[in-house]
Design a binder for this molecule. Sequence first.
Ligand SMILES: NC(=O)CC[C@H](N)C(=O)O
Length: 438
Amino acid sequence: MLLQVRRLPARPAVGSPARRSLGLGHHGRVSSISKAPTATKPLAVCCSVANPAAAAATTMERPWKLSDARLVLEDGSVWNAKSFGASGTQVAEVVFNTSLTGYQEILTDPSYAGQFVLMTNPHIGNTGVNPDDEESIKCFLGGLIIRNLSICTSNWRCTETLDEYLKKRNIMGIYDVDTRAITRRLREDGSLIGVLSTDQSRKDEELLEMAQKWKIVGVDLISGVSCDAPYEWLDKTDSEWEFKNKKSTETFHIVAYDFGVKQNILRRLASYGCKITVVPASWPASETLKLKPDGVLFSNGPGDPAAVPYAVKTVQEIVGKVPVFGICMGHQLIGQALGGKTFKMKFGHHGGNHPVRDNRTGRVDISAQNHNYAVDPESLPEGVQVTHINLNDQSCAGLAFPKMKLMSLQYHPESSPGPHDSDLAFGEFVELMKSNRL
Ligand SMILES: NC(=O)CC[C@H](N)C(=O)O
């Protein structure tokens, strides 16, 4: 029998009374550096063995794994966990994702660069990973935080386990940590920087200092995930998975700015009849305009939109000259290019269950979202329409400026993962390009 017998220390008084009101369940193996440094020692584990010394000598042969990793948050809390994937020490911002499925697409969404993704769905890894669900050429995120790592993998497309996959890509994962308690903390206090470590030689205090010194606001993260040189993209959604009935009759040439583009955006545009030239984030607007494209896509991408003025300038130089579509980071850059402001949200939107209303029609879509920043609609100039709002918090979820043949969405119409409700947005962009041809 395995008993985990660590008593929870009192919650650290690190600020608001709300922190103290957060109840932790019996799985909440959390301690505080400031209050209970001794409690950060490896989890005490009781088991019914006759000879404890012999048991210690055969640790590796035990059928269960002991706590061997820590997540230290910038508020001073220390969460003991078990590691999978790569080992080491990594710093990033913790965000929680409420998607029930699609962890592989989440792992390969470049917009998560600089972040640890905590999955609120407690059971992860059961379908393994496969070659078809990749959203980019590598995993850019900081690491993965989950409650239960599935002990078996079973899916007809699976080619390797999540553990093997993360190991190969040098991405850290932790499990057996109270993801609900961490999520509640993030909801109360907002996003927190954390350090994940399997290195037992590092003190909690050292990891805390690392977390507290690290910054994500004001950092250009798109230059680290963008492609190096332009390339053509032709792949459509595989016929097996296509759900759009109407065949595209016209072809449109799109230049897609890769700020960390998810491949399903490119696949969906190709399915809607587009031939796409993908260009790096730093590609000059003048070169793009020389190609005389039917439209320009500004893709999703990681980090702070206010930290990439060169990209805002590019958007400014293109908007009004050719129809444009911005998705997520692309939407935020358009907001800035129009003279608006972006701001950091408390804990952002990450998941496949966000209701969004199209203000023009009243239609509500359930959407896939992944962003920590948003456009302040009050800061936008006259003539710019807020076409969509997020119904959870009324934040701006889409813009249009008909005079400029411009549309943008704060969320992910391509899903992957998530519901397909908003796929029609790609059709809308095609109509915008068509109207420009007439
Ligand atoms: N998915 C994205 O493009 C993310 C947008 C932006 N980096 C944010 O976190 O708000």
